[in-house]
Design a protein around this ligand. Structure first.
Ligand code: ATP
Ligand code: MN
Length: 475
């Protein structure tokens, strides 16, 4: 039985065996208390060693970080804080840990724990984060399955660049010191493994669209790679993205799907991760005690999550958002670092002003200028904007980016050429607009940004087990 289950048992002196890692050991006269955790829950179980049930040599090996199996009777606990405890009769030490074990019971900095990513799972904070991450991933699949979507596995190695931009990791089997060259001195990719230049995918969308234009409702959930050299708290070089794509959905349906989906998964976490969330909420409150009053957040973690599922997201166009920003106090007082005018790509400071100061709730911005958005977005009648939508969250900024897709062959082809993509490279994508084209829409949700929001953590590197970022790929 795992500790999670043992803790729910009614104690009738039944014999149990608890296997797990020792969090703390403390002694009082002839009694030793050992707190054990096996990761199944944030809660530890207490083993009580009395008299000479367990020999001293064994007891000495039991230190913070060691791994043990404790067998004994499950009894009602005399101490406060737990209903049951194990009266140890036999202890087997699987693995000891000396005093150099880094996860000693005290508060460590997040930076320190990142350097110990192989052991940070054994802290309460990271146990909670990764149990919540699991629950959210499960909720994603449950949501789409229950709503008639098919999970489509789009390729990780790709020969196309969905965004028409750089920032891709190359995939090759060439000897980098001596790649085959063509007559004019260029690298000869015809000689490479795939016979063409290939990279790791930045999005499964283009292939996702092909699936949606037959299966009607699909979603992808896979690893995504971007070689962007932005060392921010919201970007990873390797992250997981969820991309639903739906035939016959227009922009408004797309917004409805995004809102319903995010609210569902957050609600799922609230209902299924109550203890872990309560722990993280308390952790945040403790942390905030050290901050000046005006820097503390208005809502606690749980209040923030409930707020997002209880309120409709504010929907407005990019153009309306620019007007609000132009009228805003920080703009007038020149407090924004970046200038505001129609046509700019909104910066994080602008997004956060709209969400955190102006509307005080999640915001969906639509109809962005076409020049700052990807080639595949459906053009509006005005010729200036496209049917894009970004969902903006407090503390995070952009959590979802999506759009209705251009379904007109001629318009799409023209746009592809305008942005400098060779139509030959995505002939298969273009062809879906020749044969039975249909209105369709989709979006991408960065999974780690969702986990960041739900756990209340502040750095995206702390919500993925082994972060990949510039100059970071240990473990
Ligand atoms: P940003 O402007 O924040 O870099 P983006 O416009 O590049 O985002 P999209 O290309 O629309 O993002 O990707 C869809 C979603 O994937 C984003 O809304 C975000 O949640 C997530 N995302 C994008 N880039 C990263 C990254 N480097 N690390 C983690 N998540 C990311
Ligand atoms: Mn980006």
């Amino acid at each position: 039985m795992q500790i999670k289950e043992i803790l729910t048992q009614t104690p009738v002196e039944q014999e149990v065996t608890v296997k797990g890692w020792v969090r703390t050991k403390r002694g009082q006269a002839a009694v030793t208390f050992i707190a054990i955790n096996d990761g199944s829950t944030i809660n530890n179980i207490q083993a009580v060693v009395e008299g000479n049930n367990v020999n001293e040599d064994t007891l000495r090996l039991i230190t913070t970080g060691s791994c043990v199996a404790v067998t004994g009777k499950l009894i009602a606990s005399l101490g406060s804080g737990q209903a049951v405890e194990v009266k140890a009769e036999k202890i087997e030490v699987y693995g000891s840990a000396d005093e150099t074990f880094p996860m000693q019971p005290k508060r460590h900095s997040m930076e320190f724990l990142r350097e110990k990513a192989h052991l940070r799972f054994r802290t309460n904070t990271f146990g909670a984060i990764f149990r919540i991450r699991h629950a959210l991933a499960f909720a994603v699949h449950k949501y789409y399955n229950d709503n008639g979507f098919f999970y489509l596995h789009t390729p990780i190695i790709t020969a196309s660049d969905a965004e028409g931009a750089g920032e891709m990791f190359h995939v090759t089997t060439f000897d980098l010191k001596n790649p085959p060259k063509t007559e004019d001195g260029e690298i000869d990719y015809k000689e490479d493994f795939f016979g063409r230049e290939t990279s790791l995918t930045v999005s499964g969308q283009l292939e996702g669209e092909l699936g949606a234009l037959a299966l009607s409702k699909i979603y992808t959930f896979g690893p995504t790679f971007r070689a962007e050299n932005s060392n921010t708290t919201r970007h990873l070089a390797e992250f997981w993205m969820i991309e639903p794509e739906v035939a016959f959905n227009e922009l408004e349906d797309n917004m409805n799907l995004a809102e319903d989906f995010v609210q569902y998964v957050i609600k799922y976490a609230l209902e299924n991760c109550a203890e872990d969330l309560a722990f993280l909420e308390k952790r945040l409150l403790d942390e905030e005690k050290n901050k000046p009053q005006n820097e503390r957040s208005e809502l606690s973690l749980l209040e923030k999550l409930r707020f997002v599922i209880d309120n409709k997201f504010e929907r407005l166009t990019y153009t309306e958002a620019i007007e609000i920003l132009l009228r805003s106090k920080p703009h007038k007082e020149k407090k924004f670092q970046y200038p505001v005018e129609w046509g700019i790509d909104l910066q994080s400071e602008h997004e956060r002003y709209l969400v955190e100061k102006h509307f005080k709730k999640p915001v969906i911005l639509t109809n962005y200028p076409r020049e700052i958005k990807a080639f595949y977005m459906k053009q509006d009648e005005d010729g200036k904007t496209v049917r894009a939508m970004d969902v903006l969250f407090p503390g995070i900024g952009e959590i979802i980016g999506g759009s209705q897709r251009e379904d007109d062959y001629e318009k799409l082809l023209t746009r592809v050429k305008e942005v400098g993509i060779d139509p030959e490279n995505i002939w298969w994508y273009l062809e879906t607009r020749k044969f039975g084209s249909a209105p369709h829409s989709g979006f991408g949700l960065g999974f780690e940004r969702l986990v960041l929001f739900v756990t209340g953590m502040t750095n995206i590197r702390d919500v993925i087990p082994f972060p990949r970022a510039p100059k970071t790929a240990e473990f």
